[in-house]
Write a protein that binds this ligand. Structure first.
Ligand code: GLY
Ligand code: MN
Ligand code: MN
Length: 461
């Protein structure tokens, strides 16, 4: 936890921005995996963590701006609970640690909110994503779950995004820790991977490293010789010489700040010449994109510049052809680069995605594209000091997508399908780092994680 002062000043700023009404925060609960008592790993809601800091299930909170009250709703453990789970500090003292003096039993929440509604107060709530909280909201607000997202408070969302998008010094220190743990996981994977291993051995090892630091994974491990499957969670393939492993995984610290790192390395000691060519195109695009980061540039232009640069590399290899400005404008590069260059990161790996990407990643002047590929860009707007984002270009050869595009005769003027056929079983390369936008430029978070061809091959020898 940060100091009480941190949470207090976040809530004070929220009150100033929202001006009136009652802001409702629903914490997360334990969820049964295969029966109620056998639960998934508990993860507190990130908005609750940001404003109220308490990392326990069974809580909600309100910031009643109209009546100048801040209340945490929750229950202390019974002796029977303590028998099974051990003692926990009294909720009253946990609340005091985050600067909140009022605490009420959880069962008082529904009537508290209903009474506020009857008194004519505006109830601000955020888009819910957990079903138990949707049911609770239905009881309090009388809005059916499928209408709750659309009924969430835009003013509340904007006020939360305005704060969470700019990371403070103490948050940045925590994020550096997350990246350093994630980096150690990647270095271990690059050092330990052996021909004949099952992917699951490496995936399990890096997950264990994240857990052993007192934190956890920040998202399920993506690790595969099928790097072209963007979010591949199947870990049953055997590593074979001549293949590459794409590992996209990271840790969240005990305070839940995320790292999100990707590295791609050969199963053998060295990249093949063909692999090295593609790898170098991706690496150059990543390094140049990072170099261009500073306040004021839009991430959409950084994304399109990276797409354009990779298209040039693909043209040099004979995979693309023609006028590349036109090719990128029309989206032809997306056959090889079908995702966005990156996203905000913080307490969530895709930071604040629950609040809606149009609020987090776009603005009135930068709208989301509807074109295949660029449509997946989660962050397009102008960068500001304090933003932390990922830079993660990649190039992939996805057989089903290639077949579909060829069948539909997509962009024959820009794509050399004959040449592409020679890369059909290539897989994919992605390289990802986490970067802070500073007052006049940027800084890559954490200790450098090997990524040049020489550095990666050095770890493989
Ligand atoms: N780890 C998922 C992503 O890179 O966005
Ligand atoms: Mn990633
Ligand atoms: Mn990412």
């Amino acid at each position: 936890m940060f100091s009480a002062n941190t949470y207090q000043s976040r809530r004070n700023r929220l009150k100033k921005d929202l001006k009136s009404g009652l802001a409702l925060f629903l914490g997360n609960n334990d969820v049964g995996m295969n029966y109620a008592g056998n639960t998934y790993h508990f993860r507190q809601d990130s908005n609750f963590l940001y404003f109220f800091g308490i990392d326990k299930p069974g809580l909600a909170a309100v910031v009643d701006i109209d009546n100048d009250r801040e209340i945490i709703f929750g229950d202390d453990l019974t002796v029977e609970d303590v028998v099974w789970m051990g003692a926990m500090p009294a909720l009253k003292s946990l609340a005091a640690e985050v600067g909140v003096s009022e605490k009420l039993p959880f069962k008082r929440l529904i009537n508290f909110v209903k009474k506020a509604r009857r008194a004519g107060q505006t109830i601000h709530f955020l888009p819910p994503y957990r079903h138990d909280n949707m049911l609770l909201l239905k009881d309090m607000m009388n809005i059916v779950p499928k209408k709750q997202k659309a009924s969430a408070s835009a003013a509340f969302i904007r006020a939360v995004v305005a704060q969470r998008a700019h990371k403070s010094a103490e948050e940045i220190a925590e994020m550096e820790r997350a990246v350093d743990i994630s980096g150690a996981m990647h270095i271990a994977a690059m050092q330990r991977a052996r021909e004949g291993q099952v992917e699951a051995e490496l995936a399990g090892m890096v997950e264990g490293m994240a857990v052993s630091t007192g934190g956890n994974l920040s998202y399920p491990v993506i690790l595969s010789v099928n790097g072209q499957i963007l979010h591949n969670h199947y870990h049953g393939n055997i590593l074979k010489r001549g293949q590459m492993v794409l590992g996209d995984f990271g840790a969240e610290t005990a305070m839940h700040y995320a790292g999100d790192i990707t590295r791609t390395f050969p199963v053998g000691r060295k990249f093949t010449p063909k692999q090295k060519d593609i790898y170098q195109i991706v690496l150059d695009a990543e390094v140049n994109a990072i170099k261009s980061l500073r306040p004021g540039v839009t991430y959409k232009e950084v994304h399109l510049n990276a797409a354009r640069q990779m298209a040039e590399g693909l043209k040099a290899l004979g995979l693309m052809q023609g006028n590349l400005d036109d090719a990128v404008a029309q989206g032809a590069h997306a056959l090889f680069f079908p995702h966005g260059l990156g996203h905000m990161i913080g307490l969530d790996v895709h930071d604040m995605e629950d609040l809606g990407e149009q609020y987090v990643g776009y603005s009135d002047s930068v709208q989301r594209s509807s074109q295949f590929g660029t449509a997946y860009l989660r962050l397009g707007r102008a960068l500001e000091p304090g933003f932390v984002l990922t830079v993660e270009p990649g190039l992939y050869f996805i057989p089903q997508l290639i077949d579909q595009w060829r069948r539909k005769k997509m962009f024959p003027e820009f794509i050399n399908y004959k040449k592409v056929a020679q890369y059909r079983h290539f897989g994919g390369v992605r390289i990802e780092d986490n970067v802070l936008i500073t007052d006049n430029g940027h800084r890559i978070l954490g200790k450098p994680i090997p990524k040049t061809v020489e550095e990666v091959e050095g770890l493989r020898s």
